[in-house]
Design a protein around this ligand. Structure first.
Ligand SMILES: [Zn+2]
Length: 305
C-alpha cells in the first residue's frame, strides 16, 4: 500500500491558532456565514503569502477613514470603484505561486475539522498523490478527497502612507518601512477591520480574531456579512447591474465605459480564471461550496490506507 505524506493542515503557519479562533467564531452560525468567514480567512492568507507586499501598494485617495494606500487581488481598485464608480485599473497582487493552492486546501480542511464534529481529524496530503486530503470520521473511517475551494471575494488591504503622491502612483517603500505602516482589511461598503501595524504579532490573523470576538463589533460584522451576501447573489445571478458583481473573483471584463472613460488597459480583465488569484470552479462545485455540504469531492476509486 502506498504511503501518503500526511500533514496537519496549517501546521506550517505561525498564525494557525488565530485562524482556528476565527473559524470557531462561525461554528454556531449559518452555512452562508461560514462561507463568508472562509473568504475572510483566505483574504488574510493571500495577504500573508504575498512576499514584498510594499511593491504592490498604490496611493489611493478614495480609501475610507485614515487609510490612503490600496493593495488588491483583482485588477480593479475596490475603493475607487465604490467612490463614484471610477474604473481604476490596479494590477492584481499575486501571492507566490504554489502557495495559494496549498493554502486554500489546508484552510478548507481546517474548516471541516473545526466545524464538523463528525470529522475530528483532517490531513493534507503532500507530494503528487492523487488525493489532496485524508479525512477521518468519528468512527475511524478514512476518506480520501480532492479539495475544491476558492474564495468568492478576496478583500483588499488598506494602509496609511505619507500623503504626497499622485493618485494610484506607487510610493517607494522599503520592506522595513512597510512593516511600520498601519493597515486595515477593506470589506467594501466603507467597512474596515483595523489590522494595526504590519509587523505586529500574528498579523493579519490575530487582529481579525480579536475584532470578531469583541461584542462591540456585532453590528458592523452583520453589515460586512450583508455585503458579502449581496456579492454572492450578484455572482450567482450574473447580475452585471449590481455594483457587487465586479468585486468578486472571476467577474471577467469590465463594462465598455472602463476603457472609454478610465483608460482601462485593452487586454486586461478585472479577474478571470487565468489572472485571478482565486480560481474559477464549476457552478455545481460553487453551489455545493456555498451550501457547505462537503466542500470537496470524495474519490471513490482510491482506497484509503
Ligand atoms: Zn483607488
Amino acid at each position: 500500500m502506498e504511503e501518503y505524506n500526511l500533514k496537519e493542515p496549517l501546521i506550517d503557519y505561525p498564525w494557525k491558532d488565530e485562524a482556528i479562533r476565527i473559524i470557531q467564531f462561525s461554528k454556531d452560525k449559518s452555512e452562508d456565514f461560514r462561507a463568508f468567514i472562509f473568504d475572510l480567512c483566505m483574504s488574510l492568507a493571500y495577504i500573508d503569502s504575498t512576499s514584498g507586499i510594499e511593491k504592490y501598494i498604490e496611493y489611493c485617495q478614495s480609501c475610507p477613514i485614515h487609510y490612503n494606500g490600496h493593495v488588491g487581488f483583482i485588477n480593479l481598485c475596490g475603493t475607487c470603484y465604490e467612490d463614484g464608480g471610477k474604473w481604476q485599473y490596479q494590477k492584481a497582487t499575486k501571492p507566490q505561486s504554489g502557495a495559494l493552492g496549498k493554502l486554500s486546501s489546508e484552510m478548507i480542511l481546517k474548516f471541516v475539522e473545526v466545524l464538523f464534529d463528525e470529522f475530528p481529524e483532517t490531513y493534507s496530503i503532500g507530494g503528487t498523490a492523487l488525493a489532496d486530503a485524508l479525512i477521518k470520521d468519528k468512527d475511524g473511517n478514512q476518506i480520501l478527497a480532492e479539495v475544491k475551494s476558492a474564495p468568492l471575494l478576496t478583500y483588499p488591504l488598506l494602509v496609511s502612507i505619507e500623503d504626497s503622491f499622485e493618485n494610484h502612483a506607487k510610493p517607494i517603500l522599503t520592506s522595513s518601512q512597510c512593516k511600520e505602516l498601519d493597515s486595515g482589511l477593506y470589506l467594501h461598503d466603507g467597512l474596515v477591520i483595523p489590522l494595526g501595524k504590519i509587523k505586529s504579532e500574528n498579523w493579519p490573523f490575530k487582529p481579525v480574531a480579536d475584532f470578531l470576538y469583541n461584542s462591540i463589533n456585532t453590528d458592523i460584522i452583520a453589515k460586512m456579512f450583508k455585503t458579502w451576501s449581496k456579492t454572492r447573489e450578484a455572482y450567482q445571478l450574473k447580475d452585471r447591474d449590481s455594483k457587487y458583481f465586479y468585486l468578486a473573483n472571476a467577474s471577467g471584463d469590465p463594462p465598455l465605459i472602463a476603457k472609454e472613460n478610465f483608460n482601462w488597459p485593452n487586454k486586461e480583465s478585472i479577474s478571470d480564471s487565468k489572472t485571478s488569484a482565486g480560481m474559477m470552479i464549476s457552478k455545481k462545485a460553487f453551489t455545493k461550496f456555498l451550501n457547505w455540504e462537503y466542500p470537496m469531492r470524495i474519490i471513490p476509486k482510491l482506497k484509503p490506507l
